[in-house]
Design a protein around this ligand. Structure first.
Ligand code: MN
Length: 194
């Protein structure tokens, strides 16, 4: 997919989001990063991002992730984001694409089970997350595209393991959750932008 869709949607003179211009920086660790942003745009949602192939593969999850294996969460694939986006937290200004406050809700590393390139191709990916809020095995499964759909819909599903259902949705997705990066609430991030 590359970053052209990401870049064409944004005015980097107005938003403080990273432009994704190549800058040669790369974490020295071989571990693959993941991040989940909580994003209060027109509709509150969570953006799930996995580092792969030099970009962050990205999905918008309207209901947020769950640790309950019975909850299959719709995850709409969106444009690839630059790796630097993993460190982005702030408020996208009114009138800009995705306007609203963005929090680093969770982050850590992910470990693919099997060949992720093949998994993305086939639309079936199993992996382990090592975050502060999301832990253990998960699967992403792509649904068949229906006529007229322009995005791929996937389901994010928690695997049954010792982390499954360890925290209820109510607790996991609590409105007063704080950023794992800055310790700020959504309100505090929004205030800091004013
Ligand atoms: Mn978003």
């Amino acid at each position: 997919m590359g970053l052209s869709e990401y870049q064409s949607k944004r005015d980097f003179a107005r938003t403080t989001e990273p432009s994704g211009e190549p800058n040669g920086t790369r974490a020295d660790s071989d571990a693959l990063a993941f991040v989940v942003h909580k994003h209060a745009s027109s509709h509150l949602h969570y953006d799930f991002r996995l580092e792969w192939d030099g970009v962050l593969k990205s999905w918008a999850i309207p209901k947020g992730p769950s640790l309950d294996p019975a909850q299959k969460r719709l995850a709409v694939q969106v444009e690839d984001h630059p790796l630097e986006y993993a460190a982005f937290e702030g408020t996208i200004p009114e009138g800009e694409y995705g306007a609203g406050t963005v929090m680093i809700w969770d982050r850590g590393t992910w470990e693919p089970l099997g060949d992720p390139g093949e998994g993305f191709e086939r639309g079936s990916l199993k992996f382990v997350l090592r975050g502060l809020r999301l832990k253990g095995g998960f699967a992403l499964v792509r649904l068949r595209r229906r006529p007229g759909e322009t995005r791929d819909n996937w389901l994010l599903i928690k695997e049954r393991d010792e982390h499954a259902s360890s925290v209820s949705d109510q607790e996991l997705l609590a409105p007063d959750a704080r950023s794992v990066a800055s310790g700020r609430t959504m309100e505090e991030i929004a205030q800091d932008a004013r």
